[in-house]
Design a protein around this ligand. Sequence first.
Ligand SMILES: COc1ccc(C[C@H]2SC(=S)NC2=O)c(OC)c1
Ligand SMILES: [Zn+2]
Length: 262
Amino acid sequence: TGDHWGYGIEDGPSVWHKTYPIAQGNRQSPIDIVPHQASCDPSLGPIVLNYDHCTSMNIANNGHSVIVEFDDTDDRVVIQGGPLDNPYKLKQFHFHWGGKGCHGSEHTVAGNSYASELHLVHWNAVKYGTFEEAATAPDGLAVLGIFLETGDDHRWLNMITDALYMVKFKGSVTDFEGFNPMCLLPSSLDYWTYLGSLTTPPLYESVVWIILREPIMVSEKQLSKFRMLLLTEEEEDQRIHMENNFRPPQPLNGRKFILPEV
Ligand SMILES: COc1ccc(C[C@H]2SC(=S)NC2=O)c(OC)c1
Ligand SMILES: [Zn+2]
């Protein structure tokens, strides 16, 4: 049992529908965002992030990405405002990236992809009892998507890339306390929002997407450290590097992506 899906030819996004039929659903993610086709909703307020008492716990290689998990027993670490009816609690963040010199974001903007995409995953603990329950509900999750563009070194991303060697193999996890992802945000919280899904199996259509329009800058050297991560476990002889772990854009099916009045 366990995950038999991946991003290769045999097990990648083009065959996920065989095991997860919802892959062909009508609110799948990611999508291509075309700014001048966005709808405007002046009633949408700003996004508010309260990450002050943020408590990261560990960093892990789950065989699909590198993920930093948070202690979500604290009601104070939340995202709210914008399209959200109540606060959503921070649960984890992880990344998607490409191969050397290739692009690796999941969402695209007018057909252009970025080098990487950071997902900060939050869940609606006001309406649902557990993260797992929220992950199956249409308003259960709020994922904040941030584009990473290659340029200068990102001074705080080094805290993450310096820890990657400790989670090189699939299934490895190590302590990673006291990291506050506020340091990974761009200067502007201007966003697009739309209703979508998890971008990996089980592809549940449970995500209110909030995509920040301004990318953060990271260096090619920092990105290359993500590609050092392996899909394979320590005991295995074969060593397959983790790269191009992104799903391509999915049909909009009449959905609108919305931006607040600028
Ligand atoms: C409840 O089961 C899952 C499974 C996978 C992910 C991670 C996926 S979903 C996303 S967005 N990006 C990713 O890589 C979940 O995240 C909320 C939840
Ligand atoms: Zn993701």
